[in-house]
Design a protein around this ligand. Structure first.
Ligand code: 5GP
Ligand code: MN
Length: 325
C-alpha cells in the first residue's frame, strides 16, 4: 500500500485527471469526487468527473455536480485515473473498470474492509469513516486551502457515511475534521435540509409500501423488508429513493441485523445489510459475494426472491448466534 503522502505527490504531478466513484453513487462517493475535482481544478488541472449512474436528485445541490458525465466512460486522454470509494474494480461499473488497464497512472483511495488490491497507487484506510475524511487529509498533505465549495462536498461525504455521526465509524478525528469544515463557513443546516428534509412525496409512499413488507425472525434479532419493481412502480418512485430505507429494519429494539431486498431488474436483487452491536455484516455479505463495512454492507444476487430471502435471512440469524427459530 502507498503512503497518503506519496498519493499526494502523484496527484500533484497529474495534469489531465479522470475521477470516478462507485455505481449508484452515494453521498461519500459524490462528495469526495466533487471535492477532489473542484480542488484539482483550482490548481490548474484539467478534470473530468464521471460515472455510469445518474446523480440522485438529493445531491444535485452540491457545487460542481453539473460537471458529472454519466453513462459510458467519457472519451479523452487522461494521464491519471483516480478511483474513490470502490472496494473492488467491479464497483466502478460496466466499462469503467476497463479503464484501469489503460496507459495512465491509477490511484485507488478507499475505506472498505478487505478492499481489493488494485491500482498502481493504493491507499485504503478502513478506520476512515468516509473517503471524504481521507480526501480532507490529502488536501492537508498537498498544502491546499479547502474552498467553501469543496468543504460542503466533504461535509456531505462525511455526514452521509456516518449517519450524521450516529454510526460507530465516527471517531474524534471525524469530528475534528468536520469542525474544520464548519470553520470554513459552510451552510451546514441548509445542506442537511437538502439531503434529509426535501424528499419527494414518492419517497414517503415507497417508505410506506416498504414498511408494509416488514418481517421479523421468530428470535427477533433479524428484520427485513422487500422492495420489488412493482412496489417501486406503484409508489411512482425511482430506485434512488430506496437509499437509507434499510435503516428502518434495525430500528426495532432487539433487532441486531436489518436487511433490505430490492429488485433492481427482473430476477436481480440488491441486498443491503445493517447491524447494530456485534454482527460483522461485511463478512455476512461476503458469503453472497458482496462486502462493505462492519455495520453496513451489500451484495447483488440473481435468482428467485423467496429462495434468496430464505438463504440470506437464515445466514443472518446464524450470524446473530441463533438457529433458524
Ligand atoms: P448500501 O446498502 O447502502 O448500498 O451499501 C452499504 C455498504 O455496502 C457500502 O459501503 C457499499 O460500499 C457496500 N456495498 C453495497 N453493495 C455492494 C456490493 O454489491 N458489493 C460490495 N462488495 N459491496 C457493496
Ligand atoms: Mn464510503
Amino acid at each position: 500500500m502507498s503512503k497518503l503522502a506519496d498519493v499526494a505527490r502523484v496527484i500533484e504531478r497529474a495534469q489531465r485527471v479522470l475521477i470516478c466513484g462507485h455505481v449508484t453513487p452515494d453521498g461519500d462517493s459524490l462528495g469526495s469526487t466533487l471535492a477532489l475535482g473542484l480542488t484539482l481544478e483550482q490548481l490548474g488541472k484539467t478534470v473530468t468527473l464521471a460515472g455510469p449512474d445518474p446523480v440522485p436528485e438529493i445531491y444535485k445541490f452540491l457545487p460542481g455536480v453539473e460537471r458529472f458525465v454519466t453513462g459510458p466512460p467519457p472519451d479523452g486522454k487522461f494521464d491519471t485515473f483516480i478511483v474513490l470509494d470502490c472496494s473492488t474494480p467491479e464497483r466502478l461499473g460496466e466499462g469503467y473498470r476497463d479503464l484501469l488497464h489503460r496507459d495512465m497512472v491509477t490511484v485507488n483511495i478507499d475505506h472498505h474492509i478487505g478492499s481489493a488490491d488494485f491500482g498502481e497507487y493504493r491507499y485504503v484506510d478502513p478506520h476512515a469513516a468516509a473517503v471524504g475524511e481521507i480526501v480532507f487529509d490529502l488536501f492537508g498533505l498537498m498544502g491546499v486551502k479547502i474552498s467553501p465549495e469543496a468543504a460542503i462536498c466533504l461535509y456531505i461525504a462525511i455526514i452521509t457515511d456516518t449517519g450524521s455521526f450516529q454510526y460507530d465509524n465516527t471517531t474524534p478525528g471525524t469530528h475534528r475534521r468536520v469542525a474544520k469544515l464548519l470553520e470554513i463557513g459552510i451552510p451546514a443546516t441548509p445542506a442537511n435540509i437538502r439531503v434529509y428534509e426535501e424528499k419527494p412525496r414518492a419517497f414517503l409512499r415507497l417508505l410506506g409500501a416498504a414498511l408494509n413488507t416488514l418481517s421479523e425472525s421468530p428470535c427477533g434479532r433479524v428484520c427485513w423488508m422487500t422492495i420489488t419493481r412493482d412496489i417501486i412502480l406503484n409508489a411512482g418512485a425511482e430506485d434512488e429513493h430506496a437509499e437509507g430505507l434499510v435503516n428502518y429494519t434495525r430500528r426495532i429494539k432487539g433487532v441486531e441485523v436489518g436487511l433490505l431486498f430490492r429488485e433492481t431488474a427482473a430476477g436481480s436483487y440488491k441486498i443491503s445489510f445493517r447491524s447494530k452491536y456485534f454482527v460483522d455484516v461485511n463478512k455476512l455479505a461476503a458469503i453472497f459475494g458482496g462486502g462493505g463495512h462492519l455495520r453496513a454492507a451489500g451484495c447483488v444476487i440473481q435468482g428467485d426472491l423467496n429462495k434468496i430471502r430464505k438463504e440470506v435471512v437464515a445466514a443472518a440469524i446464524r450470524a446473530t448466534g441463533g438457529n433458524n427459530h
